[in-house]
Each structure stands twice: as C-alpha cells, then as structure tokens.
Design a protein around this ligand. Structure first.
Ligand code: ADP
Length: 398
C-alpha cells in the first residue's frame, strides 16, 4: 500500500510518500512560499531536486507534487493511481473529532466551523484537503489531528477557571497539541521496553522550536502543557509559554498595543529569542551562553526550569513515573539540555548516565538511564508522518 502524507501550512505544503509494506519513504519534499512566489524541494533517496515554480495556492502546489512523484526523472510511481490513500496532518480537531477520521463532507464542515479557534492552521489544512479531493476524488482521504490524543484528558485538567460559559459557548478550553508525536514516541517506548503501555506512567518531552510535555498514564494522555493554543506551557523558540495573563492587558493599557501586536510579541518575539535577544535556535543561544552571554544563559535556564516544573507536576498527577522520553529537534540532539533537565531529579527516580547521554546514537531509540535508576530515560526520534501513514492505512483498509 502506498500512502501520501500531506502537511499544509499557511505558505507551505510538506509531503512524504510511504511504501507501507517496507515502511520506507519513497520520496518527500516541501513546497514553500505558496501565495507569494513558489519553490519546491523534492527528495528521492539521497538525491534532491529544487525548482522555482509559481504557487498561487495549495492546489497548484499539490499538482506539482503529484507530477514530480510520477515524473520519469524524479518520480517513484508510474501514475497517481498507485497512491492508495492520503493522510492529512490537521492541527486542530476541536472537541468533536476525537480520533483520526476518514474525510467526509461533514468532517470538512466541522473543520470550517472551528476556524475561529484555529485561525492559523485551519484554513491551509482545509485548502490542502479540498485540493486533494479535487485532484484525487477516488482516493480515501484521512485526517489525523494533533489534538485527538488528548480526548482522554478529564475536564478537571482542560477547563480554565474562567466563567464557564466561555467554555460552553466559545469552546475556550485547553486542547493540547503535538499529540501525534507524543502518541508515536510513547508507543515506541513501550515497544523498546517490551512492556504493555497500559502498565506504564510516561512523561514525553517534545522539545523543538515549539515544545510540549505530556503525561501519559496507561497509554492515555492525562495532561499536557499546551492549551487553548500552542502558546501555553514551556518556554519555546519564539513563544513565551505560560505567563500571567494580566501581562497582556497591562501591555495593552500602558503601551497602547493592539491585541494583534501583543499576540505577535508573545508568539513570535518571546521565548529563547525574546530573552536572549540572539536567536530562536537553541544552538545559537547555547553558543552565546558558552561565550559568557548572560541573557543567553538566562534564556536557557528559563527553558530548563519550565520543563523541570512540569515533569514534577506530572509525576505528582500520575502518582509516579516509569519513563521519561526526549524527542524532537532539541530533545533528540542537545545532550546538554537533557543533562540539565535531569539534574537534581533523583528524588523522582530520574538519573541519567552522562556518558551515554553525551555519546548517544542519533536517529534510533536510545537508552540513557543510569544503572539502578527507578525511571527509564530514553531518547526516541519522533516520526509524526509515519504515525499519520499508519492511521491512514488502518482506516483506508477498513
Ligand atoms: P520544529 O518545532 O520547528 O519542528 P525542530 O523539532 O526541528 O523544530 O527543533 C528546532 C530546535 O531543535 C532548534 O532550537 C535547534 O537548535 C534544535 N536542533 C535541531 N536539530 C539539531 C541538531 N542536529 N543539533 C542540535 N540542535 C538541533
């Protein structure tokens, strides 16, 4: 079975074509600058091909993707008829879409209805789905939601303590994001430990440019750090993470900022970038800190503290912890950050082997637990696209 996975952003369209029998990625790539020029990078095996193309919309970008996948020079299939199903990454499934779903008219309608609570990611995802339905009307389309992994979180953990009608009428609540990644790495962890996930209390740390931490108790998400939007939780590349909400109104009142301006400050100019004044990329912030830059040091310490606090909170919520997982760009690559997070956590049973942590092998699940520690600590490379392909295969085969 061949499955095309699509991830449509506001000006981009990422794709991967999987051969499910061999779990192999046949080709992948990205269309960028959609709506403002256009550029495609297409990869097949080790070869990469790039071309400037005008992409007025997601539909034209998808047409280009399909033609490259089928082309003589760069292609991997003879015709689009070889694609058995398409899996779409959809950030927000609202309250109704609690699991990955075959796309129908009513799914699209619901996604359109919740655009007000998902204004950035909703419209491009819908555009990608519609383009696909038009170009491949006979092929099963599946939507996989970042939020659906959190359908098991209880209301005592997702309702904000504000007047209840804002939840009932406006659907203001915590939703959680990155669910596909947390689901993938927790399942992988259970597999490598050789234990049923139902028996495990796991905390997964997805630390990238956007970051979130999730408590998974017996295979079910119990709590997570992102909330109504991906803004809540730990310190991120350009996002503040959790702050006192009065900061927002104070800035508006005293500086005369509009709602949009404050949102931009908290979303695009805060986090590691805002505190260090150097970069949203942790590598640059670490370099600066190593050269004695105090604000870079502070930004890193804020990040570490925000992660540690949540690990403590989630261990308390689950009444214990069996395993801690690091994943995504920072979690998979930055041993210094893993070491700082795990420092002074032996009370909770978390102790890592510094040597294994520093000399880890990239790209595979890697155990960094210190001998004798109560909590297993692992690096597990995430693979959201493959998880989407698996869900798509399962639903399309029914
Ligand atoms: P996104 O959330 O946009 O998918 P990533 O998961 O790629 O981002 O994470 C980006 C962060 O991960 C950056 O702060 C960067 O410093 C870090 N990172 C990514 N790759 C590496 C690497 N090979 N070595 C060290 N740090 C990395």
């Amino acid at each position: 079975m061949k499955i095309l996975v699509l991830n449509a952003g506001s000006s981009s369209l990422k794709y991967q074509l999987f051969n499910m029998e061999s779990s192999e990625v046949l080709a992948k790539g990205t269309c960028e600058r959609i709506g403002a020029g256009g550029f495609i990078t297409h990869k097949r095996g080790g070869e990469a091909y790039t071309e400037e193309v005008d992409f007025p919309n997601h539909g034209v970008a998808l047409e280009k993707v399909l033609s490259l996948l089928c082309s003589k020079e760069y292609g991997v299939i003879a015709s689009i008829d070889e694609i058995n199903a398409v899996g779409h990454r959809v950030a927000h499934g609202g309250e109704m879409l609690k699991e990955s779903s075959i796309i129908t008219e009513s799914v699209i309608k619901y996604l359109e209805n919740i655009v007000p609570i998902n204004p950035l990611h909703g419209p491009p995802a819908i555009a990608g789905i519609k383009a696909c339905l038009e170009l491949m009307p006979a092929v099963t389309q599946v939507a996989v939601f970042d939020t659906s992994f959190y359908s098991t979180v209880e209301d005592s953990r997702f309702v904000y303590a504000i007047p209840y009608e804002f939840y009932e009428e406006d659907k203001i609540r915590r939703y959680g994001f990155h669910g596909t990644s947390h689901r993938y790495v927790s399942a992988k962890l259970a597999e490598v430990l050789g234990k049923p996930i139902e028996d495990l209390k796991i905390i997964t740390c997805h630390l990238g440019n956007g970051s979130s931490i999730t408590a998974i108790n017996g295979g079910k998400a119990m709590d997570t750090s992102m909330g109504f939007t991906p803004q809540e939780g730990v310190v991120m590349g350009t996002r503040s993470g959790t702050i006192d909400p009065t900061v927002v109104t104070y800035l508006m009142k005293t500086k005369g900022y509009s709602a949009q301006e404050v949102e931009d400050i908290l979303n695009k100019k805060s986090g590691l970038l805002g505190v260090s004044g150097i970069s949203n990329d942790l590598r640059n912030v670490v370099d600066a800190a190593n050269q004695g830059n105090k604000r870079a040091e502070l930004a890193i310490q804020l990040l570490i503290n925000s992660i540690k606090k949540l690990i403590g909170a989630y261990t308390a919520e689950m009444n214990g912890l069996d395993a801690l997982v690091f994943t995504a760009g920072i979690g998979e690559n930055q041993h210094n950050i893993r070491e700082m997070v795990c420092e002074n956590m032996s009370y909770l049973g978390i102790e890592i082997d510094k040597d294994k942590n520093e000399h880890f092998t990239r790209g595979i699940p890697f155990d960094i637990t210190k001998e004798g520690a109560h909590v297993a600590t692992w690096i597990i490379p995430t693979d959201e696209e493959y998880m989407i392909a698996i869900d798509t295969q399962r639903l399309a085969s029914k």
